[in-house]
Design a protein around this ligand. Structure first.
Ligand code: B12
Ligand code: SF4
Ligand code: SF4
Length: 350
């Protein structure tokens, strides 16, 4: 009966376009102590939500009482044909993380997960309770996915699949239905250290430990306030997220394009004209970026990041636009644009 339910869910997941669909039990994460030490050290920066639901993150049965199984799913966002722009800081163009070259994955996967959860409920005859998540709940998704055998946690802390490399999202269904479990995956980094060396801010403080406070993904997306001055030059021309540690991982030679994200690729060029983007007002921002990952930072966050990138790579041609931003009523935008103008002027003098 449960075997049959698992088979039906896996076959439905495949039909919906998920790349993997595997199961683990609902026990507590083996990496609980790692997560707790990470929080104690303050590595999460200002992401207070990671601390708030601490108990739940360490015990998924507090999220779904009587939890029996966790179905983990992967969704590739690899794009084989796209040019990946340079992060060379002499080019006044912006770089965004690859996941942001699509409409917001939370919305896209939510639809699929709803359908899959319905299939699961339909495939068993007793009362059950199932909840789906995609980056949306107090659970340690990578730990669960490793236990389900989807992939292994690499030294850069992301999950790597032997079939997909590291360009994929994780989502899951937590359910009271007992399902047969899959074997966990084991770490396959060996002696490699490429991701640690590639990180521009030394945010990977040691293998398997990220100091989010130094990570460009955190600084440009999650942090709402001012970016620390000493880290701004290291951000280069990255205006939304960062992929450097992911891009060097040798396991990506196996990366394949997935079916779910492909139709949702944004038409924007991968090389971003920073001057043009800096001229975007709030209403054009809303019109252009609604339903995309950029909405998370809002206009002010994007302008803050563009100012930093222009401060690092811009020229005197960008000063009129930066001056307009410097006189904006938003204190964060104004402060970063003022900093950028000073950086450009310093470069001109030297
Ligand atoms: C907070 C968060 C961030 C923070 C902090 C990242 C971090 N490493 O913790 C910031 C903003 C920096 C971030 C950045 C990114 N993120 Co993020 N993020 C999350 C989120 C919401 C929570 C992660 C968390 O709980 N961190 C706490 C730490 C302690 O947990 P952890 O790193 O997951 O580690 C666990 C395991 O790895 C395990 N573990 C750790 N070390 C070891 C060692 C061994 C040997 C073993 C076996 C296990 C193990 O222990 C930990 C605790 O259980 C998850 C979604 C979720 N709910 O899980 C997405 C998530 C991790 N992010 C994701 C993505 C795509 C990214 C970016 C690539 C986006 C980008 N390009 O800018 C970057 C990657 C940066 C990086 N090198 O990690 C994906 C990762 C998919 C994947 N294949 O791994 C997730 C799962 C979202 C999703 N649903 O797809 N993110
Ligand atoms: S995402 Fe960028 S800044 Fe963050 S750990 Fe990876 S390489 Fe470093
Ligand atoms: S780059 Fe090397 S060390 Fe880093 S995650 Fe990939 S295999 Fe592991």
């Amino acid at each position: 009966m449960e075997v049959d339910a698992k088979r039906r869910v896996q076959s439905k997941a495949k039909a919906l376009g998920f790349d993997h669909c595997q199961v683990s039990d609902g026990s507590q994460p083996g990496s609980r102590s790692h997560y707790e030490a990470w929080i104690e050290k303050g590595r999460h920066g200002k992401m207070a939500y990671l601390e708030r639901n601490r108990e739940k993150r360490c015990d998924p049965s507090l999220v779904v009482p009587n939890l029996k199984s966790v179905i983990s799913l992967s969704t590739s966002y690899f794009q084989p044909s796209k040019r990946h722009p340079s992060t060379n800081s002499t080019i006044p163009r912006g770089v965004i993380a690859r996941y942001a070259r699509f409409r917001d994955y939370h919305d896209i996967l939510a639809e699929k997960l709803k359908e899959l959860t319905d299939e699961l409920t339909r495939s068993v005859s007793f009362d059950s309770h199932s909840l789906w998540y995609v980056d949306t709940g107090p659970i340690l998704e990578r730990d669960m996915a490793q236990r389900a055998g989807i992939g292994f946690v690499g030294k850069h802390t992301n999950l790597i699949s032997r079939r997909l490399g590291n360009w994929f999202f994780i989502s899951e269904i937590l359910t009271t239905i007992p399902l047969p479990v899959d074997s966990p995956e084991k770490n396959r980094c060996g002696t490699c250290q490429k991701c640690i060396t590639a990180c521009p801010t030394q945010a990977i403080s040691k293998p398997f430990e990220l100091d989010a406070r130094r990570c460009i993904s955190y600084l440009t997306i999650e942090l709402k306030g001012s970016i620390p001055l000493e880290l701004r030059p290291l951000i280069g021309n990255r205006i939304f997220g960062c992929d450097d540690c992911l891009a060097v991982c040798p396991w990506n030679r196996f990366a394949v394009e997935g079916r779910i994200m492909k139709p949702h690729a944004l038409s924007d060029p991968t090389d971003i004209d920073l001057e043009a983007w800096a001229q975007m007002d709030q209403s054009s921002f809303k019109e252009r970026f609604r339903g995309t990952p950029f909405f998370r930072t809002k206009w002010r966050g994007l302008m803050r990041n563009i100012s930093v990138a222009l401060g690092n790579t811009g020229t005197s041609r960008n000063i009129p636009t930066l001056s307009r931003l410097a006189s904006n009523e938003d204190a964060i935008v104004s402060e970063h644009a003022t900093w950028a103008i000073e950086q450009i002027q310093d470069r001109q003098q030297n």
